[in-house]
Design a protein around this ligand. Structure first.
Ligand SMILES: Cc1cc2nc3c(=O)[nH]c(=O)nc-3n(C[C@H](O)[C@H](O)[C@H](O)COP(=O)(O)OP(=O)(O)OC[C@H]3O[C@@H](n4cnc5c(N)ncnc54)[C@H](O)[C@@H]3O)c2cc1C
Length: 378
């Protein structure tokens, strides 16, 4: 027997991470009715447990316009959604530890400038040590982006959800979508709580999005990784900027309360069916050693907590932000490869444009879902 249709709206969004919540906000503020279906709870996965890096630094070229657009929203986040999301414009630094690494940084900045992007600046050793005097003296310089920073992930995702709700969006938590289908022009999403229906469907299901695109006959090589983070006990203030390294994985920031969050795309274990990530402590040790190399005075600082979140990766390290090529009124936004927190505010807006206007205000060709068609066919 067919289950009754529990809910009808203009737009149905599957996935209540930052991208689903931001898309819901930007769509609802333009007057469309929006329903968001979330399997667990809003912000449970990558969007609520990430490192909070608001980083334009180091982006692949096609992502830079999106990251710069997002950065402007971050700087106006209170006016946009009524919450500061804990955003701090700390600046972001990429540290070089050898002359060869500094040359790599110079090449990167020259490449960006050749494309007209001037937000990443080369700095020499003296400037680096002026910015961060506690750094080990063996550093050689790096790249500095003054308007980057960090924010609080769970608070940000919740703030987008609340802002969307103020515009009438309805969120259903504990509502996993098991099947999607299009009948005529309408979309139907089947869940244990009933069937939801809408004219337009948006898939923002993170690491699980591939299961849904597959149902539409649009397989995408998206795979999960369990990214790890650790947070230390409190230390006296010693570092203002958010830091990364050139030659080894690192993302590092000290919060106002003195704790230090350490990450940098550290791969742990992803359990997709179990819907959780697990920490691999041996790999965390390597990262802790990098931090002590750069800040020797932290040698005895204890780790308070470590965790892992499930994130979606693609073969070319770029997300899918795209209208479906196989079905009408279906839009995808997933596969953010460990860098989607910063992009959340802008990508929600771009998705709203794709959904409501049929075209986005920035070029999205690099993120088209059919760029994988040869891989998917194989
Ligand atoms: C440890 C870690 C550190 C990171 N650090 C940074 C950083 O510093 N800066 C940065 O920019 N990015 C960072 N990221 C990446 C960033 O967190 C993600 O790219 C971003 O949060 C992805 O958001 P999302 O909404 O696409 O996915 P998610 O947050 O994973 O949301 C997807 C949601 O969809 C739901 N869902 C899935 N399938 C279904 C279904 N069938 N039915 C209903 N609901 C479903 C899930 O339950 C989930 O809540 C980090 C990620 C991790 C894990």
């Amino acid at each position: 027997m067919n289950k009754p249709v529990a809910n009808e709206s203009d737009v149905l969004i599957i996935g209540g991470g930052l991208h689903g919540s931001s898309s819901a906000f930007h769509i609802a503020r333009r007057g469309a009715s929006v329903t968001v279906l979330e399997a667990d709870y809003v912000g449970r996965h990558a969007s609520g447990v990430n490192a909070g890096g608001v980083r334009t630094l180091g982006r692949p070229l096609p992502e830079i316009p999106l990251a710069l657009m997002s950065r402007e929203i971050w700087h106006n986040i209170v006016d946009t959604i009524g919450d500061d999301c804990g955003f701090v414009a700390s600046g972001q630094l990429k540290i070089a530890e050898t002359e060869a690494e500094l040359d790599e940084c110079r090449e990167r900045v020259a490449l960006l400038e050749a494309h007209g992007f001037t937000h990443e600046k080369i700095i020499d050793r003296e400037t680096l040590l002026e910015l961060e005097p506690a750094l080990t003296p063996h550093v050689t310089g790096g790249i500095w982006v003054e308007r980057d920073g960090y924010a609080l992930p769970f608070r940000t995702t919740t703030a987008f959800r609340l802002a969307a709700e103020r515009h009438g969006a309805v969120f259903h938590e504990g509502t996993p979508v098991t099947r999607i289908e299009q009948k005529g022009e309408r979309w139907f999403a089947h869940t244990p709580s009933g069937v939801f229906s809408a004219a337009k469907l948006v898939v923002t299901a993170g690491a699980w999005a591939g299961e849904l695109s597959q149902q539409v006959g649009e397989p995408v090589p998206v795979y999960p990784e369990g990214l790890m983070l650790m947070v230390t006990h409190r230390a006296a203030p010693f570092c203002r900027a958010t830091l990364g390294a050139t030659g080894r994985p690192l993302s590092f920031k000290q919060f106002d309360n003195g704790t230090v969050v350490i990450g940098g795309k550290l791969i742990g274990i992803a359990d997709l069916p179990g819907r959780h990530g697990e920490v691999d402590f041996a790999r965390l040790v390597k990262s802790a050693n990098t931090v002590v190399d750069l800040f020797p005075h932290l040698h005895n600082l204890g780790i308070n907590r470590a965790w892992a979140g499930v994130e979606a990766f693609t073969d070319d390290s770029l997300p899918v932000i795209s209208a479906s090529r196989r079905a009408s009124n279906l839009t995808y936004s997933f596969g953010y490869c460990g860098s989607g927190f910063q992009l959340g505010p802008a990508c929600g807006k771009l998705v709203s444009e794709l959904v409501l206007d049929g075209v986005a205000s920035l070029p999205l060709d690099a993120f088209a879902i059919d760029r994988f068609k040869d891989v998917a066919a194989a």
